[in-house]
Design a binder for this molecule. Structure first.
Ligand code: DLZ
Length: 151
């Protein structure tokens, strides 16, 4: 399991409830990111029973999933996990823009930290390099969620 490259102070998430919404597109990589994110929460003292995980079909659905977790589960922060890979059409651009804008909007409108855990890559190799081994970005996303929820 990877460790954070970003430096974080000691985090105590013992009283926090954190949501993770994870896309199923490119599932193998999303699940690896999710596992690392979850580990970061546990390492930051978030109780297992206070980690709420839901899955959605693709990255486009992450914003709705995060909104549901904030409303129904009353989580203190949410991590949105997805991987977008550029293809031959304009899908990538539309989805990446909608998701990044939607997540930013949720931060402002709900007052809850919603973490941008979406890899926007040109190919599968780039996704693999950022979602597996020592460079798995999921770990930093988990720590970021705890730090922001404690602000
Ligand atoms: C349609 C689509 C495409 C082409 N590529 C991806 C991708 O690389 N990563 C991802 O998470 N989702 C992709 N999707 C699915 C959309 O996010 C969404 O699920 C559908 O357009 C239905 O709203």
């Amino acid at each position: 399991m990877s460790k954070a490259k970003l430096k974080f102070d000691k985090l105590d998430g013992n009283k926090l409830k954190i949501g993770i919404v994870c896309a199923r597109w490119n599932a193998e990589f999303c699940e690896a990111l999710l596992a690392s994110c979850r580990q970061a929460l546990v390492d930051s003292q978030v109780r297992e029973e206070n980690i709420k995980i839901i899955r959605v079909p693709g990255s486009y659905e992450l914003v709705y999933g995060a909104a549901r977790l904030i409303k129904s589960e009353k989580v203190d922060a949410v991590v949105c996990i997805g991987t977008l890979i550029k293809g031959e059409t304009m899908h990538f651009e539309y989805i990446a823009e909608a998701v990044s804008y939607g997540i930013m909007k949720l931060n402002v409108e709900t007052g809850k930290p919603v973490i941008f855990g979406v890899l926007t890559c040109l190919n599968m190799e780039q996704v693999c390099a950022r979602s597996t081994g020592e460079n798995n970005h999921g770990y930093d996303w988990g720590r970021t969620a705890v730090e922001m929820a404690l602000l």
